[in-house]
Design a protein around this ligand. Structure first.
Ligand code: TEU
Ligand code: CA
Length: 556
């Protein structure tokens, strides 16, 4: 594998709306991020991915862009952005922007012009079809946020436009070379400005299955999941290689694709040497136990399943490319609430999960608040849900026959809002996030779960993450932890998740997945490099792992 400047770094996702509010309007902003750069530097992360801060009606929290060249006033100004870039650079931090080019906002001038003149040049920026009200829609695909992915084109009774996400997110027509050039120009403008690269949103959707046609319905609504459609869609490579050639490659930009459902044999084309992207997220753990029926039908995840998913991905990526590892992001429940069994939801268990995912091969990403072990919040009413996806899933659950209370409980476990509650800085009102009223209710546990508390306590999860990040950067272990092969150790042991990272020296990463002790046979004499517990007991070739104990061992 060709070595790249970003391989040894740790990445951190900022969800600007919920990070830090500098002006007291209840919404996090760019000045807020700027004021916390020293904090991030101290944590040790070096690549900062910002969820969208472009001009947007915020129907999908910024993933609906109305001006790609502008900063939304709620987040700040272009001067704030320039300052952030400069201040980050001065600290050796790289800014990675979110690139949302499968769709834009229905308030983008392109779409407004398309509505005025569907047959004109901007009409061809979108997918617009003739469809009188008494005719079936061009196809029966279900939007990711529920309902058909076609809506009436504003101002036209007999025309519809495609939106695979929300109706306020019309899909851009990548078949149109003029649209593609417009996008490349915009990307190069940002790269020339000094951003290090992009996290690329929902990119697998840019190639449509054409001509539009129905797929077998998979729910009573007569619609078909986009996942099924994508499985049968081919030919995205042409767009992605052109995109990389005209933008990323000449800038040596860092790119991480949000790619669900790539075809397995395509991995080297996506992230191998000379691939479309630098890396892409490994969503295998996030997809465990997902159900075609909806969130209400999802069973809890076990750590044993988590282990199997991680090992399968490590094997798949070896020799093919460098994946990015996460336990959560702004679309997922909090990792500690989702992956840990109830008995493991302690600081010890949180450190176990942290260590197990962080030391896998690949680029580790932290999502804001993960370093504190921020947890899912409690929704006491459907009115507390802000996220459009959660509101749709609530309706799906009701339609499946759940009581309102059960529907709320089910949706609450997976709601994207779990990750979007404000960052918990300290125990002052609103967790120190804002002096105003936060746009989304702060998790009430901030009184004890907050950064200030953890900074003051050397054995906190926050300091454990700092150790992990420092370990991966250290001169002694970086080569092993970044490039060493991952080789599962005793994989058939249900209670254990352990793997070697092969190198000089080879390290053994091991965790007890259950609430009972576990005696792990050692491959040879070892010393402890890192542990989530003070006491480490080994005798006669056996390491006695306490419940949820996590260790990193090196041979002696
Ligand atoms: O997500 C793409 C995506 O597939 C998810 O929306 C997923 O289906 C959903 O989260 C399930 O609840 C990206 C962004 O990460 C997400 O925040 C946006 O809403 C979406 O694209 C549209 O831009
Ligand atoms: Ca603000």
């Amino acid at each position: 594998m060709r070595r790249c400047w970003w391989h040894g770094k740790t990445a951190y996702q900022i969800y600007p709306k919920s990070f830090f509010d500098a002006n007291g309007d209840g919404i996090g902003d760019l000045q807020g991020i700027c004021s916390k750069l020293d904090y991030l530097k101290e944590l040790g992360v070096e690549l900062l991915w910002l969820s969208p801060v472009y001009c947007s009606p915020l129907a999908d929290q910024g993933y609906d862009i109305s001006d790609y060249y502008g900063i939304d006033p709620r987040f700040g100004t272009m001067e704030d952005m320039d300052r952030l870039l400069a201040e980050a650079k001065a600290r050796g931090l790289s800014i990675v922007m979110d690139l949302v080019v499968n769709h834009c906002s229905d308030e983008h001038p392109w779409f407004q012009r398309a509505c005025q003149d569907p047959d004109g040049p901007y009409g061809r920026y979108f997918y617009i079809r003739d469809c009188p009200p008494d005719q079936p829609l061009p196809c029966n695909w279900r939007s990711y946020f529920g309902g058909p992915c076609w809506d009436r084109l504003p101002g036209w009774e007999d025309k519809v436009y495609l939106h695979v996400f929300h109706r306020k997110q019309p899909d851009l027509n990548w078949e149109n070379p003029a649209l593609r050039q417009e996008i490349y120009q915009m990307i190069n403008w940002w790269l020339d400005k000094g951003v290090a690269g992009f996290r690329i949103d929902a990119i697998i959707n840019i190639k449509k299955h054409l001509p539009f046609r129905d797929f077998p319905a998979d729910r009573a609504d007569g619609l078909c999941s986009m996942d099924r459609v994508l499985e049968q869609t081919n030919g995205i490579g042409r767009f992605l290689s052109e995109l990389a050639e005209q933008t990323f490659r000449p800038h040596d930009a860092f790119t991480v694709g949000e790619v669900f459902h790539e075809k397995p044999e395509e991995l080297p084309q996506f992230i191998g040497d000379g691939g479309y992207f630098s890396t892409m997220f490994d969503f295998a753990p996030a997809l465990i136990n997902t159900s075609e029926k909806g969130w209400y039908d999802r069973r809890p995840v076990t750590l044993e399943q988590y282990k199997a998913a991680c090992f399968a991905s490590q094997a798949k990526a070896e020799g093919a490319g460098f994946l990015s590892n996460i336990i959560e992001n702004h679309d997922e429940p909090r990792g500690v609430s989702h992956f840990l069994p109830p008995k493991g939801r302690t600081e010890t268990g949180k450190k176990l999960l942290a260590g197990l995912y962080f030391l896998l091969k690949g680029l580790p990403f932290l999502y804001q608040g993960q370093e504190l072990g921020m947890e899912n919040t409690v929704f006491s009413s459907v009115n507390e849900l802000d996220d459009i996806s959660s509101l749709d899933e609530y309706q799906v659950a009701l339609q499946a026959g759940l009581t309102p209370a059960d529907a709320l409980e089910a949706v609450g476990r997976f709601s994207r809002d779990n990750a979007r509650t404000p960052f918990q800085w300290d125990s002052s009102p609103n967790a120190g996030f804002t002096t105003g009223t936060p746009w989304l209710r702060v998790n009430p546990n901030y009184t004890w779960l907050n950064l200030a508390e953890q900074q003051s306590r050397p054995d906190s999860l926050y300091h454990f993450y700092r150790q992990l990040i420092a370990l991966r950067r250290s001169s002694s272990y970086q080569e092993t932890l970044v490039y060493g092969l991952t080789e599962p150790y005793l994989p058939e042991e249900k209670q254990l998740m352990a793997y070697f990272r092969r190198g000089t020296p080879t390290l053994l990463v091991a965790g007890n997945l259950q609430s009972t002790p576990y005696a792990m046979h050692l491959p040879g004499p070892v010393r402890v490099i890192l542990s989530n517990l003070k006491t480490c007991t080994q005798e006669n070739g056996v390491f006695h792992l306490a419940p949820f104990q996590f260790v990193v061992l090196a041979s002696i």
